[in-house]
Design a protein around this ligand. Structure first.
Ligand code: GUN
Length: 283
């Protein structure tokens, strides 16, 4: 079997067009991204997010702070953004430089402006099955699966990776869709035993080629969230040879990546609706 590719761009383009209409209807929506330091991968992500936000009509502010910025100075900036009437949505790009406590910064963002959905309050609402602001990448994966008619009810779904940004929220969304969820990680014994049982396999481990073709179930559905820069260019966590065994599989690049950006913009509209009381923020 050769897999059908689940491309992200067509669906992401549709979402971005709808978001642009919503932004136009609402009027001003302010999105501020904060990048501390000059990590090249983060710069690429921020540039893509800005381009998309600006194209959709957001008032997007690209705040750049030097790598020497103190934790206190960053927390002060975040407090200013929280208080600003011009700002609906705040995104602090991760990772932050080592001298800054990421958790402190994540907790400092007002939950209703937390466009990434990383604040413990948003994480908690998701955990309790009352999603408010949900991290963009897992939302993008769910949208892709839905578009391709993937049936999750009761299905064995395996999440490889347990990050706060992808693995954990993804597992919760799958659970809410009534999948039978297994979370695997770097300490998992016999990873292949789990991946081979997966009707739906989602990999976000950040290790190029971690999942070989032999680890994919015949006819399985594979979502590769990995984005690894290697000598061979940008590659995922799943060996592309798995295309021969899967029934549906995301390409890298061009799979999940475009969906993350589109869903981030959707979240920013949600933030704007919270601030305008068109939606009730649960917190
Ligand atoms: N670093 C890697 N992915 C993300 C993301 O989705 N949001 C933020 N803020 N930082 C990231």
């Amino acid at each position: 079997m050769a897999a059908t590719l689940m491309r992200g761009k067509p669906l992401a383009d549709r979402i971005r067009a709808r978001v642009a209409d919503e932004v136009a209807a609402i009027g001003h929506i302010g999105l501020v991204t904060v990048l501390v330091g000059d990590d090249p991968a983060s710069e690429v992500y921020i540039r893509l997010k800005h381009k998309a936000a600006t194209e959709a009509g957001f008032e997007a502010v690209d705040l750049r702070l030097s790598a020497e910025t103190t934790e206190e100075a960053l927390l002060t900036r975040v407090a200013e953004l929280n208080a600003s009437d011009d700002v609906d949505a705040i995104l602090v790009q991760l990772p932050l430089p080592g001298h800054i406590d990421e958790e402190k910064v994540i907790r400092a963002v007002t939950p209703a402006k937390d466009v990434d959905g990383f604040h413990p309050l948003n994480a908690g609402e998701l955990y309790l099955g009352r999603p408010a602001l949900v991290p963009a990448t897992p939302r993008g994966v769910m949208a892709l699966l839905e578009k391709h008619g993937v049936h999750l009810e009761g299905a064995p779904a395996v999440m490889v990776g347990r990050s706060d940004i992808v693995g954990k929220p993804m597992a919760h969304l799958l659970l809410q869709a009534n999948a039978t969820v297994t979370i695997c990680h770097s300490r998992t014994r016999n990873l292949a035993e789990h991946t081979l049982a997966a009707e739906v396999l989602i990999v976000a481990a950040g290790r190029a080629g971690l999942v070989s073709a032999e680890m994919v179930r015949e006819g399985g559905i594979v979502v590769d969230v990995g984005m690894n820069r290697t000598d061979d260019g940008l590659v995922g966590d799943v060996d592309p040879a798995a295309l021969e065994r899967a029934s549906l599989m995301t390409p890298v690049p061009g799979g999940v990546g475009p969906m993350t950006i589109a869903c981030l913009l959707e979240n920013a509209v949600r933030c704007a609706r919270y601030r305008r009381k068109e939606l009730d923020y649960p917190g």
